[in-house]
Design a protein around this ligand. Sequence first.
Ligand SMILES: [Cu+2]
Length: 166
Amino acid sequence: MKNFKYLLGILVLSILISCGNQEKKASKSAFETQSETSTQDTSVKVIEITANDAMQFNTSKIEVQAGDKVKIVLKHVGKMPKNVMGHNFVLLKKGVDLVKFGNKAATEKDSEYIPDDGDDVIAHTKLIGGGETAAVEFNAPESGSYDFLCSFPGHFAIMKGKFVVK
Ligand SMILES: [Cu+2]
């Protein structure tokens, strides 16, 4: 009887050990799958930013490398409609005055607050309301510091930041 208990003990122990090994294997393969997917597309640098009903971007600084292909994905995480709390992402060319641009853009309702000439803009998303997402893809300009903003009237005083190309 003693022997039987001893054998049972070994049996239970070996089952426990083999279960432990299986768990380790499972978690390793999950990790491998994850690292595979994350290295799949390195050609486009995707930057996700959010804007909310309190007239705020979640960041005031974006950094990329010269030569990067950049994709800005703007998510409006609020609930308010586009005509009340519309947001966009507008990246200005070097040397463009943010306040002057913002004031000019605010008068251009028909083109969703992007001045028709387009001379001052490197890239911009469309204007979106709560729950919507917009994206824009472009090549990073030469090294330097650029301004970005939301050009919906009155927003650029708060909704602005630096887009830095290293
Ligand atoms: Cu806005």
